[in-house]
Write a protein that binds this ligand. Structure first.
Ligand SMILES: Cc1cc2nc3c(=O)[nH]c(=O)nc-3n(C[C@H](O)[C@H](O)[C@H](O)COP(=O)(O)OP(=O)(O)OC[C@H]3O[C@@H](n4cnc5c(N)ncnc54)[C@H](O)[C@@H]3O)c2cc1C
Length: 458
């Protein structure tokens, strides 16, 4: 950031990773300017405040943020407890955002519309590196303003861009016009959204932890409101991946979730429909008819789309990015987390070097850095922003000394080409096989599943 030393660094998003980025920048003597589209910090997590995290507190808080908080007399939560999303906000993000050091640099109701280089479109190369960025923001007062900054950290997550219900990555025919029959991705079915689900026919679509959480909560609702009917559609031939690694899961709460779901399906409480790729939705007065690619139909009152998320790359259109063509994560990170080959939940530690783009001093971090891969963990994001802040401050040694403090694990394997169940640096050294690298450096919480989608024989 040589030519722009006196300008601030824009941080897009005041989720846990954006706020952690701001804390690290402040420690480095850099000036963060945080833009948050929602009304307060943690606006995306606010949408799933009723869901319990799988990882305990000690892995959910950032060191630099904690240093700021503790200086103001903050009491840390019990490190081994599992917080709800709401507790993550109330006990950590809200107090952090309220600190003068953060609050004075945080603008809420400020939606970033675009990022570019000042006075240059994407095709201009001369003096590009030394040219500041311009961040275009729609502010709470309804005005749109351009902000000139030295660097940009995009921590805007993926919550606002869910994957469509349809197969092929496209909305199903009729999906848009059936929007009033489609809920948010993680509705609070036993709490504030209860009336929309009690006694209704509910179709949950998808095969991840969000689907598992929603299905289990619907089963709780059905105990109280027996007229509630629970349908579950997955694209694959079985739900085995959602049932997960059980006892082999490094996060017991996550393993138990899958086991409970399996029991509910086996008991008939949940009606599972496999190989149900969605082709169409037809909204009627009486409900919605959901059609599969092979001609089957399901009738429901409301559809819950647990189909995952994708990054919003539109706001980055004028930047020069280097993204993996499949995963839409930074090119070097993509193969390490590609859900086609990995479901193990672990990742090689990585920082600024791996997250860099051709447009120098621009970084995508946090959930958005994983692109379409679903396995992101906060602890990974905190290490990303520690390293990125160091890089922006010119401390390349600290940036390159990656310090991810998660348990080391040896149970992950990749099925990219071969399967080998060895503790390995996985694809760090080889993008095609986890067997090639000699040193065990994978860290994280193993799911107990050793392969990605490509191992499914359907
Ligand atoms: C249900 C669920 C459970 C999870 N459980 C765990 C867990 O147990 N452990 C774990 O480590 N991880 C977990 N994760 C994964 C991940 O850690 C979370 O998604 C986390 O919220 C990601 O943090 P983030 O800061 O990257 O993004 P977010 O929390 O999504 O924050 C992004 C912020 O950017 C804002 N924003 C978006 N677009 C713009 C824009 N254009 N301009 C300005 N602001 C914008 C949003 O309003 C939001 O506040 C879970 C995720 C989900 C969905």
């Amino acid at each position: 950031m040589d030519s722009a030393k006196n300008l601030p660094v824009a941080v897009i998003g005041a989720g846990p990773v954006g706020l952690a980025a701001a804390a690290h920048l402040i420690e480095r003597g850099l000036e963060p300017l945080i833009f948050e589209a929602g009304p307060s910090a943690g606006a995306a997590i606010e949408q799933w405040r009723h869901i319990r995290l799988f990882s305990p507190w000690r892995f959910n808080i950032d060191d630099a943020a904690v240093r700021l908080l503790e200086a103001a007399g903050w009491e840390p939560p019990r490190p081994t407890a599992l917080p709800y999303g709401g507790e993550l906000i109330d006990r950590y993000l809200a107090p952090l955002a309220a600190l003068p050091a953060i609050g004075s640099r945080l603008q809420t109701g400020a939606r970033v519309l675009a990022v570019s280089r000042a006075g240059m479109d994407k095709t201009h190369t001369r003096n590009r590196e030394g040219t500041p960025f311009v961040v275009r923001v729609e502010h709470a007062d309804g005005e749109t303003r351009d902000h000139t900054v030295a660097g940009v950290i995009d921590a805007s997550g993926t919550w606002s861009t869910r994957n469509p219900l349809g197969t092929s990555g496209l909305p199903a025919i009729g999906e848009d016009s059936a929007a009033d029959r489609i809920s948010s991705p993680l509705p609070d079915v036993t709490g504030k959204d209860r009336t929309a689900f009690a006694g209704r026919r509910v179709l949950v679509v998808g095969a991840g932890h969000s689907a598992a959480n929603t299905l289990i909560n619907l089963a709780d609702l059905a105990k109280d409101k027996p007229a509630t009917r629970i349908l579950w559609a997955v694209r694959g031939a079985s739900a085995a991946k959602v049932y997960g690694g059980g006892d082999a899961d490094g996060l017991p709460a996550r393993g138990q979730l899958g086991a409970r779901l399996r029991r509910l399906v086996e008991a008939g409480t949940i009606g599972l429909h496999t190989r149900f790729g969605i082709a169409s939705l037809k909204s009627l007065d009486s409900g919605v008819t959901v059609g599969s690619v092979d001609g089957r139909t399901l009738e429901a009152d409301v559809v819950v789309p647990c189909t995952g998320f994708r990054p919003d790359l539109d706001i980055l259109r004028e930047l020069r990015l280097d993204l993996d063509p499949a995963v839409e994560a930074p090119t070097e990170l993509g193969p390490l987390i590609d859900p086609e080959f990995h479901s193990c939940g672990t990742v090689p530690p990585h920082g600024a070097a791996l997250l860099a783009h051709p447009d120098k001093d621009f970084y995508i971090v946090g959930m958005k850095s994983y692109g379409r891969a679903p396995t992101f963990l906060l602890a990974t994001g905190y290490e990303q922003v520690r390293s990125v802040a160091a890089a922006l401050a010119g401390d390349h040694e600290a940036a390159d000394t990656v310090q991810l403090e998660l348990p080391e694990t040896g149970v992950c394997s990749s099925d990219a080409g071969t399967s080998c169940d060895v503790p390995a640096a996985a694809a760090v050294a080889s993008e095609s096989s986890c067997c090639a690298a000699p040193e065990p450096v994978l860290v994280g919480f193993p799911t107990g599943l050793s392969h990605g989608r490509s191992s499914d024989n359907n």
